[in-house]
Write a protein that binds this ligand. Structure first.
Ligand code: AMP
Length: 171
């Protein structure tokens, strides 16, 4: 039986001491495993219409673009500050130490469009919550928030509890 876990590699103490980094590159290198992962995501979206798939920089981009193609939807990147060239909306959010900012192009989503938000890892949920706020600032309606995995001990699902959350694996 296919197990996504077998294609996710733990890297201890990356990018800093005490963090166990979930490396998805073994999954991305394997086209069969990538296809099966994509199919698993799609099974949660049957019967739903999606206009835009929003991917969060940078590892959210991989499956977000694949999902957008499969769903016949547009792909929209949410990026770190200063990376998007056109007019942007921005949202700041708190990290364990300090703050960070995410941006979206101000014309990327139209009022009432149905949106799927995707990232690789749901940790504390701050990043996903900020991404959802940006989508809603533009008038988008969030159908679902999608993750390859969540780190359940960090309770990220609580920060986005007003949305439907799908995570293929929980650690
Ligand atoms: P958070 O805002 O705490 O939910 O963090 C989520 C963001 O940080 C996602 O964009 C992830 O790609 C990244 N992230 C957080 N923790 C990890 C981890 N242990 N391994 C890989 N990426 C992580």
């Amino acid at each position: 039986m296919f197990k996504i876990q077998e294609y996710i590699r733990d890297i201890k103490n990356f990018p800093k001491q005490g963090i166990v980094y979930k490396d998805i590159t073994p999954l991305l290198e394997n086209p069969v495993a990538t296809r099966k992962t994509l199919d698993a995501f799609l099974s949660f979206l049957e019967g739903h219409h999606i206009d835009k798939v929003v991917g969060i920089e940078s590892r959210g981009f991989f499956f977000a673009t694949l999902l957008a193609q499969e769903l016949n939807a547009g792909f929209v990147p949410i990026r770190k500050p200063g990376k998007l060239p056109f007019d942007t909306h921005r949202e700041s959010y708190s990290l364990e130490y300090g703050e960070d900012i995410l941006e979206i192009h101000s014309d990327a989503i139209q009022e009432g469009e149905k949106v799927l938000v995707h990232d690789d890892v749901l940790a504390t949920g701050g990043t996903a919550a900020a991404a959802c706020k940006l989508v809603e600032k533009l008038g988008g309606e969030i159908v679902q928030c999608n993750f390859l995995m969540d780190l359940s001990f960090l309770n990220g699902k609580e920060k986005i509890s007003s949305y439907k959350v799908v995570s293929l694996i929980s650690y």
